[in-house]
Design a binder for this molecule. Sequence first.
Ligand SMILES: Nc1nc2c(c(=O)[nH]1)N[C@H]1C(S)=C(S)[C@@H](COP(=O)(O)O)O[C@H]1N2
Ligand SMILES: [Mo]
Length: 494
Amino acid sequence: LIAPTASPVVAIGSQAIDQAPLAVKEFAIRTFGENDKLVLVVGIIVLMIPISAFIGWLAFRNRTAATVLIALLGVLGLVAALADPNASIVSILPSLVAIVVGVFALGILADAASTHQLHANAKTADDVAGAGESVITHEGFAPSRRNILLGAAAGGAVISIGGATLANSLINSNGALGRGKLPSPTEAAPALPSGLQPDVKGVTPWLTDAKDFYRVDTAITIPRINANTWKLTIDGMVNKKFTMTYKELLAMPMVERHITLACVSNEVGGPYISNGKWQGVLLKDILDKAGVKSGADQLFSTSSNGWTASTTLADVLDGRDAMIAVGLNGEALPLERGFPARMLVPGLYGYVSATKWLTKLEVTTFAKAQSYWTERKWADKGPIFTESRVDVPAPLSTVSSGKVSFAGIAWAQNRGISKVEIRLDGGDWVTTTLAADGGKDTWREWSAQVDLKSGSHGVEVRATDMTGAVQTEARADPFPKGATGWQLIRFTCS
Ligand SMILES: Nc1nc2c(c(=O)[nH]1)N[C@H]1C(S)=C(S)[C@@H](COP(=O)(O)O)O[C@H]1N2
Ligand SMILES: [Mo]
C-alpha cells in the first residue's frame, strides 16, 4: 500500500529481469511473449514454497538458523528494492514488514507444531501431565503437524498472491494523478483516405485500439507518475540545459500523426507491431530550444524506472516526425504506454527510440553513453527493415478451394510501402492489391485472391518500399538488429 514497486516479490523480479543473461531473456520473450513477467512473478512465488518448507523443517532442529534464514530472505527483498533507481526510504518498509511477519509466523507455527509433537510423544509414553502442558489435545481435534504445515503453506501462498495482486492493481490502475483531457493538437493528423483496410474477413484493423497495442518493456510494475510533479530534463551537449513541467510541455505546439511502432524482438510474422494516432511535441522543437552543440551524435533518453535508450541524433533531426508523445488515439497516454510522456521516432525499432515514462533527454555521443539494450549487445542503431506479414489465411488453417482470399500488412516506416507480392507453392510472384496509403510512417494493408485446388499449399510474402528496395530474403533472428526473411505459411484447401 505504501510502496507497491518495493514489494519484495516485485523488487526481486525486477532485479531478475535486469540481471538475467541475454539468452535467458530471449528465451522468456520467445516462450512466454507478453506474459513473461506474469510467469516470472508466479515462478518466484512457486519457488518460495520449497524454500519455506525447508525453513519450516529446519525450525524443529535449529530455531535460530531458521529465523536467520527467514530474515535473510527479507533482506534479499530489501536489497532488491533499494536497487531501484526510484528507491526512497519507504522502499525498505515492505521487506521490513515481511521480515517481522515472517519471523513471528515461523515462531508461532513452529511452537504450535512442536506442542503437538510433544503431545503425540507424551501420549505414547502415557504421561501427558509430565509434559507440563495444561491443555490435552485430543486426536481428531488437534491439528496434526502435517496440517499445521499445510495450513501455513496455503496461508502463505494466499497472502503472497493476494498481496502481489493488490500491489499490481494499485500500480496498473489507469488513475494517475494529473492524467486528464489533452489540449487539441496545433496541427491535426492529415485526413485519412478511405479504404485503408481491405474488405476481407480476419484482416488486422488499420488503427490499433489502445488496449490491443502490443506491449514490450522491462517493467514488472507499471510506473505511476504524478503528472503534476513530473519534470523532463534536457541536458548534455546543449547550449542551454532546462527542465520542463507537464503543463509547459502541453503548452508547446503539438502535432498529431499516425505512426506504426514495431519491436526489434518481433520474429518474422510476429505480433509485436501496432499502429496508433499519436499526439505530441516534435523533438526538434525541444532540441532547438536547448541548442545542440556540434560533435553530438546520440540522444540518450532515460525513463523514470531507469531504462535507457540510445537514439541516433541525425534520425531525430532529419525532418521526420520524431516526437515526445503525450497522447494515443485521442486520449492522454495510458499508463502502460508511458504516461505522462514517451518518445517516438518513426522508422526506428522501439528499443532505440520509444522510451516510455520519459524523464530525461541527454545530448551526447555513442562513444560516451550506452543504453539498456546496447549494453546487452543489441545493435547501436535500429532502423526498421522493410517487412510484411500474412494475416489471412491463418497459418495451418483450412479454407475452401476455389477463389482463396489473402490479406496482411507490410511496413517500412519513414520510407513507405510501394508494392507487396505473394508467391504460392514456390511459383511466380503475384502483385497484390494495396489498400489506401495512410502515410509513410504507417503499415499498409494488402490483399489478393488466387484460384487454388484442394490440397496443402504454402504462401510467401515480400514487400517493396518507396525507395524501390525489396524486402530481403535472408533469414535473420531478432538478435541483434531485427528479424528478416520472407514469411512462409502453410494452409489447406478443402
Ligand atoms: N521505459 C521503457 N520504455 C520502453 C521499453 C522499456 O522496457 N522501458 N521498451 C521499449 C521497447 S523494446 C519497445 S518495442 C517499445 C514498446 O512500446 P509499447 O509497449 O507501448 O508498445 O517501448 C520501448 N520503450
Ligand atoms: Mo522492443
